[in-house]
Unconditional design. Structure first.
Lengths: 311, 302
């Protein structure tokens, strides 16, 4: 998802010399069909969402312009405020835990001596499990009677909590399910980064007396910064827009403990049929995610290119 | 052991080379330490990744009452009863058909559109190409769930709610940026000399694309196809927002609705349903696993 291609110059080919007319029209003819879908559906949806957020919808779906009234209502709504804080905590916990796990898994897959291909292939399996299925699987792992975790705890003779009935524990299970779903892709991106680091650099560091921890933070991390940026974008994109996992895992409960912004948006728009306020939440989600992605792109990917290092 | 497989391995070798010669005991200890250092996270990786899937699989083979008992891990008397029950469900064949149909359309159409667009972006210099490419890329950072409110409004106005068209349109639109982005990278990697010699031999654009670019960039096409299949098969937010009729559901939506639909909780059936929705995509992945993993690790998919 980096913007590197935007800056690269496409290689000119013989095709360009065929004729001026063809050169002028052919690329546009190739690009336009796909763009019609992208702009027609996604572009419309974004523009329509902004427009909708400035209108009030009555029960006959007639719209009246209300200016920023929806924004004022939403930002003063305590339920929105707590869902926003919950989302921020959810995203931060998911990013920290997710990136730590991805890094540990990537280092493990990098160093593992046998069955390399098998473990790599297996580690990506959750990426292909739908969010709904992942959530249902996690419900059965953490369900009170008959769940895997509680069954293990019972064998060990330990206390078996009601994971999905307790607000704090349910929130943690939601973070774990989210990590299960998003860590595999980030792991392979980081593994790709580790493989690009020249081994000679590690040898040089060792001769200079650097320990393993020092080598990791002073050499490995800076060298794989672009891939770290890509996995950060992926992890925070998934966490901000997490919806199917929470809907099928807890449906926002217990006692709204897992009601993140996307859940509340669904509530407002599709159950309370308040499209205007739902659209305000869309604008909030979109803004947060875009700003965060641009920050990552700037700091991790573009900032390096200014110093002439190739991604 | 003393191969340069790891920074830590190299470190230990260096230290021992400076100090006394390594004894057999040192060697074994180092080997053992390394095995633990890799073995523990590896075991955690395997357990973490596989437990949810295997637990669902085991539960689907159990007797419904046995699932509630916290005494057994393995099914006492494994049976496929739950799977037959799911396959015999009223809506199941229709949901499976819907999922397959929508996924096939939402893979083939975006692939064709993206191959054309990616060819233009990779091989032509034309005014506004940066702006146009940005328009293709920016949708990749827009959370899909955030679009469901305006899309529902638009599709209601167009009268497309509860049609296949609404799923085709939205799924194609979200797959095109993904596939284009992957393919631009693979197409750019095709050396322009090969293409030029084809041009000299009289090949026009279509023939160059078909006989030169696509065969060389085939791993990219396969990767893009698998990721389009994944998007289409697992998509949930759009189908939830744009479809209300039972007969128009896809498998993830039908799986979600199982939660409310079953009065008596038969968790074996629930788990069997989950496994059956996940299995077809996992089979596609297993068939093409090597290409997909290679593409992601090499940084071609972002």
């Amino acid at each position: 998802m980096s913007l590197s291609a935007v800056r690269d110059e496409p290689a000119p080919t013989a095709a360009e010399r065929v004729s001026d007319a063809a050169r002028l029209t052919v690329p546009y003819l190739l690009v336009v069909p796909g763009l019609l879908f992208v702009l027609g559906v996604l572009g419309y949806a974004v523009a329509g969402g902004f427009w909708l957020s400035l209108h009030e919808t009555d029960m006959f779906m007639a719209k009246t312009f209300v200016g920023l009234q929806n924004y004022i209502d939403v930002f003063n709504d305590p339920r929105f405020q707590s869902s926003l804080w919950r989302t921020i905590v959810f995203v931060i916990m998911s990013i920290v835990l997710g990136i730590m796990m991805s890094m540990i898994f990537a280092l493990t897959l990098y160093h593992v001596g046998f069955g390399k291909r098998f473990f790599r292939g297996m580690s990506l399996v959750p990426y292909f499990v739908s969010g709904i299925a992942a959530a249902i699987m996690f419900r059965f792992v953490f369900t009170t009677s008959g769940g895997f975790v509680n069954q293990v705890l019972s064998v060990l003779g330990l206390h078996q909590p009601s994971w999905l009935g307790d607000p704090v524990l349910a929130f943690i299970v939601a973070v774990l399910a989210n990590c299960w779903f998003m860590v595999p892709f980030a792991t392979l991106i980081l593994l790709g980064g580790l493989q690009t680091v020249d081994r000679d650099i590690y040898d040089a560091a060792t001769i200079d007396g650097a320990g393993a921890v020092q080598t990791f933070f002073k050499i490995t991390i800076p060298m794989i910064k672009p891939m770290l940026g890509v996995s950060l974008i992926w992890v925070s994109y998934i966490s901000f827009s997490t919806f199917d996992i929470i809907l099928a895992l807890t449906a926002g409960g217990p006692q709204r403990a897992t009601e993140v912004v996307s859940m509340y948006m669904y509530q407002l728009a599709f159950l309370q049929l308040d499209f205007g306020q739902g659209a305000v939440l869309m604008v909030v989600l979109l803004t947060f995610n875009t700003v965060l992605s641009l920050v990552y792109i700037y700091y991790f990917i573009l900032a390096d290119r200014r110093h002439g290092r190739e991604l | 052991m003393a191969t340069l497989t790891s920074p830590s391995g190299a470190a230990r070798r260096e230290v021992s080379a400076i100090g006394r010669p390594p004894s057999l005991l040192d060697h074994l200890l180092r080997r053992f330490g390394r095995a633990i250092l890799i073995g523990i996270p590896l075991a955690f990786l395997v357990i973490w990744t596989m437990v949810p899937i295997i637990w669902a699989l085991l539960a689907s083979l159990k007797d419904p009452l046995e699932i509630y008992e916290s005494t057994t891990f393995l099914p006492r008397d494994p049976s496929l009863r739950a799977y037959w029950a799911v396959l015999g469900m009223d809506g199941f064949p229709r949901w499976m058909f819907n999922s397959i149909l929508v996924t096939v359309v939402a893979t083939i159409v975006p692939l064709i559109l993206s191959i054309l667009a990616a060819y233009a972006f990779a091989k032509y210099l034309f005014p506004f190409r940066h702006v146009l490419l940005l328009m293709y890329l920016i949708p990749r950072i827009i959370p899909r769930v955030s679009l469901i409110v305006p899309l529902n409004d638009l599709m209601t106005d167009l009268g497309l709610i509860n049609t296949y068209w609404v799923l085709y349109l939205t799924y194609i639109a979200s797959a095109v940026p993904l596939a284009t982005w992957i393919l631009v990278g693979f197409f750019k990697a095709v050396p322009k000399e090969i293409e030029e010699s084809a041009t000299i031999d009289g090949a026009n654009m279509w023939n160059r694309l078909r006989y030169v670019i696509l065969p060389i960039a085939w791993p990219g096409v396969v990767t893009a196809a698998v990721l389009c299949i994944r998007e289409g098969w697992n998509e949930f937010a759009f189908v939830l927002a744009l479809v209300t009729e039972t007969g128009m559901r896809t498998l993830p939506y039908a799986l979600y609705m199982m939660r409310d639909a079953m009065g008596v909780q038969d968790f074996a059936i629930y788990n069997a349903f989950t496994i059956l929705t996940v299995l077809p995509l996992l089979l596609v992945y297993l068939l093409l696993e090597r290409r997909v993993v290679e593409s992601i690790v090499s940084g071609a998919v972002k």
